[in-house]
Design a protein around this ligand. Structure first.
Ligand code: PLP
Length: 366
């Protein structure tokens, strides 16, 4: 079965193989060297000076970011399940927050965010997704961050880049914390979260908050090649190999290939008469609006293809095809062909091979 969900993604063989080695104790020069090397490599992904890994899924890093940064009040952007999560984390910790809500297909508007911070001077931290996975939506985070910093450079900007880091080169010039997750573009099993932190972010964190998720502790320890607690050693060793592979390909080439594959995928989907759901699609996936999404997903399983559905009110109305990681063209072509075959079976459109034809013409031939 091809795992074509936008997280977890398929794990390439070279990554799985790294898990076969003997367990290394984490308090050894051997692991220390690997940790420092991996953190250094990860800097090329975040372009931020402080980088730390946490043994948790992505949400753990979101929680760490929330508890370690907010002083008075948070501003959260909610255009989907993951944006909604910022508010839930704030509530769980009794942190005051204001939420700006959008439909799941609608990117955040700079003016709304500027108005909110002008209206309420107690807001000191902004939380937003770069790619909101619920609707496959890309927020204009870089532009928002630049505008916010122009108005008040003390506002800390936290960007959930869990389906953006490793997908595209993120300009973090005005971003203070960017978050990544192992099971998305980094092609690892779930269980590792990563954070890149700016100088201003580091200052805001100060002595840190929380116990397991105290970022000040982790930054201090990890900068010395150690960790506060037992780290996910196998995941870190595997991440190092993934980053090496991406360097081998060339990060720029990897990003270009991802963008090109996205273009070809979107065009193929549209050629089949389907529509892309978000107004501003993220490169991490194709989120397709389709009223018979659940029937289609069931048929896709016959062709050994597992795509994600919609969540909450979009359940049954969306299907989402992953575009993160290293995806071979023959696999993406098979996924698109399976979608086309399923549309025929559902009586939506007669099969004529258009999907693969477009994908091949745009992605493979040229
Ligand atoms: C997957 C994902 C997360 C984190 O989810 P976990 O299940 O905790 O790994 C957070 N934000 C976005 C945008 C995601 O896609």
């Amino acid at each position: 079965m091809i795992l074509a969900t936008p997280g977890p993604v398929e794990i390439p063989l070279f990554v799985r193989e790294t898990f076969l080695g003997e367990t290394i104790h984490h308090r050894t020069p051997e692991f220390k060297a690997i940790l420092l090397e991996t953190l250094e490599r990860f800097k090329n992904i975040t372009h931020l000076p402080f980088n730390v890994f946490l043994s948790s899924s992505g949400t753990g890093a979101m929680e760490a970011a929330v508890i370690n940064t907010v002083k008075n009040k948070a501003l959260t952007v909610n255009a989907g399940k993951f944006g909604e999560r910022w508010g839930k984390i704030c509530e769980a910790h009794g942190i005051e927050y204001k939420e700006i809500k959008y439909d799941w297909d609608t990117p955040a508007q700079i003016d709304d965010i500027i108005a909110a911070i002008k209206e309420d001077s107690s807001i000191d931290t902004l939380f937003i997704q770069i790619s909101e996975s619920a609707g496959g939506l890309r927020h204009p985070v870089e532009e928002i961050a630049a505008e916010v910093k122009l108005i008040n450079e003390d506002i800390i900007i936290v960007a959930d880049g869990i389906t953006a880091l490793g997908v595209e080169d993120i300009d973090t010039a005005n971003i203070d914390i960017v978050i990544g997750g192992s099971q998305k573009a980094f092609m690892l099993p779930p269980g590792l979260a990563m954070l890149g932190i700016s100088e201003a972010g580091f200052k805001r964190i100060g002595k840190g908050k929380g116990f397991y998720f105290n970022l000040a502790n982790e930054i201090k320890k990890q900068s010395e090649g150690s960790t506060a607690f037992t780290p996910a050693t196998s995941h870190i060793i595997a991440l190092n190999e993934v980053l090496k592979k991406l360097e081998e390909i060339g990060l720029e080439n990897h990003y270009k290939n991802t963008a090109k594959r996205h273009d070809a995928l979107i065009h193929a989907i549209e050629e089949l008469g389907l529509s892309i759901f978000p107004q501003n699609p993220a490169l991490s996936m194709a989120a397709v609006y389709f009223e018979k999404a659940e029937e289609l997903r069931k048929i896709l399983k016959k062709y050994e293809v597992n795509v994600a559905g919609g969540q909450d009110h979009m359940k049954g109305k969306l299907f989402r095809i992953n575009n993160m990681g290293i995806i071979e063209d023959y696999k993406m072509a098979h996924i698109i062909n399976a979608v086309e075959l399923a549309l025929d079976e559902l009586g939506v459109r007669k099969y004529d091979g258009s999907g693969v034809k477009i994908y091949t013409a745009e992605k493979i031939k040229v």
